[in-house]
Design a protein around this ligand. Structure first.
Ligand code: CTP
Ligand code: MN
Ligand code: MN
Ligand code: MN
Length: 375
């Protein structure tokens, strides 16, 4: 494919939201290394550095060919000295010693294991690491104080770290649909996050729920949760109420990544099916046929119909794509974008939109479909 591409004429845009980034790309040998560096910087609470490495990786994901020489990188944005050094090493030696030793290090592995627990962030993991703890079993053994979320995280650790398949996401989708239409007929539900971008595996399943009659969606979550709990379909849930107020939230405020929709972070109890049996086709011996199930992380979000386009855009991801959409809006267009609204600071007004396409258009961006937002 390379022969068809003149590397010197590629115009790589610097914001991820200006680029098409497919799920499958040509440079995973490089991007995986850069993402280790990004992860490690995040463990050290160095957000700027972490994002810088993630941006470098993202640019390589958007390249239509596999990088062979350093020459081909000359015109690309977002590749800092450190990233270039690591890329050079991999191109020359097939691997980066810095990255490999980082990957093998006790601290990196412990931080990965500990932040891999649902409800555990970098701060907590780092404190535990400095206290000599390395894994979920260390937490149990030493009787650490855990909140309700972390208790569930430790209890279902192995299952929650096993990727969710698209098939499982669809099964959960059927359940959520049934719950939602039982408690609020006419409500609409949409699969979000990585699965909307075409991923075949995910760490959770994300859903956005709305109703065409504005106001009908209010206080919907507790009803959905009750419906699910009555049927023993939830292992854990934490619901947060909607706290969005247009007057208070948007313009002038520092952009806040966390939205204020009514939402629920949950763990579903997904009843057994073919995919959940072991590779030998035998179900784990500790579970009888009748009680066979697995734990799956599910995020539910309820949006008023008038904010649905913004919520859809905001919950599709990827995280870097979202970050750059907001950065583009602020820096290039003097607008403030959130999962609720778009505010134009020049015109001093909110922009209404019925679709993602309209939002891209207002932002002066070419529309990028979800499957090409894998930045
Ligand atoms: N999101 C958000 N607020 C949160 C959590 C997530 O707005 N508190 C948004 C993210 O910006 C992202 C989307 O929800 O766009 C999905 O997030 P997440 O499920 O964490 O990531 P995915 O892209 O779905 O990847 P994965 O397959 O790992 O779940
Ligand atoms: Mn390609
Ligand atoms: Mn997700
Ligand atoms: Mn999620």
């Amino acid at each position: 494919p390379k022969q068809n591409v003149n590397v010197n004429t590629i115009q790589m845009k610097s914001y991820a939201c200006q680029r098409r980034t497919p799920l499958k790309h040509h440079n995973s040998h490089l991007t995986e290394a850069l993402e280790v560096l990004s992860e490690n910087a995040a463990y050290g609470e160095n957000e700027g550095r972490s994002v810088a490495f993630r941006r470098a990786a993202s640019v390589l994901k958007a390249l239509p060919y596999r990088v062979q020489t350093m020459d081909e990188l000359k015109c690309l944005p977002c590749l800092g000295d450190h990233s270039q050094r690591v890329i050079k090493e991999i191109l020359e030696d097939g691997t980066s010693r810095e990255v490999e030793s980082m990957r093998q290090s006790e601290q990196f592995q412990a931080m990965k294991a500990l932040t891999g627990i649902f409800g555990v962030g970098v701060r907590t993991a780092d404190r535990w690491f400095r206290e000599g703890l390395r894994s979920p079993s260390d937490l149990i053994r030493t009787g650490q104080q855990l909140n309700r979320e972390q208790q569930a995280g430790v209890l279902y650790y192995d299952e929650l770290n096993k990727p969710v398949t698209k098939h499982e996401a669809d099964l959960i989708g059927d359940i959520v649909k049934e719950a939602v239409s039982a408690v609020l007929p006419g409500a609409e539900i949409q699969l979000m996050g990585g699965f909307r971008r075409g991923k075949e595996l995910g760490h959770d399943v994300d859903f956005l729920i709305t109703h065409p009659e504005e106001g009908k969606e209010e206080e919907l979550m507790p009803k959905i949760i009750s419906w699910l709990e009555e049927r023993d379909l939830l292992l854990y849930q934490k619901t947060t109420r909607n706290s969005y107020l247009e007057k208070k939230d948007a313009p002038g405020r520092p952009p806040n990544n966390m939205d204020r929709f009514e939402r629920c972070f949950s763990i579903f109890k997904l009843q057994g099916h073919a995919e959940t049996t072991g590779s030998d086709g035998v179900r784990p011996s500790n579970q009888s046929e009748a009680s066979y199930w697995r734990a799956v992380r599910v995020d539910l979000v309820v949006s008023p119909y008038s904010q649905f386009a913004f919520a859809t855009l905001g919950w599709t991801g990827s995280k870097l794509f979202e970050r750059d959409l907001r950065r583009w809006a602020g820096q290039e267009k003097h607008m403030s974008l959130s999962s609720h609204a778009l505010y134009d600071s020049v015109q001093r007004c909110y922009v209404r939109a019925q679709s993602e396409e309209e939002i891209f258009e207002y932002l002066g961006l070419e529309f990028i479909p979800p499957c090409e937002r894998n930045a």
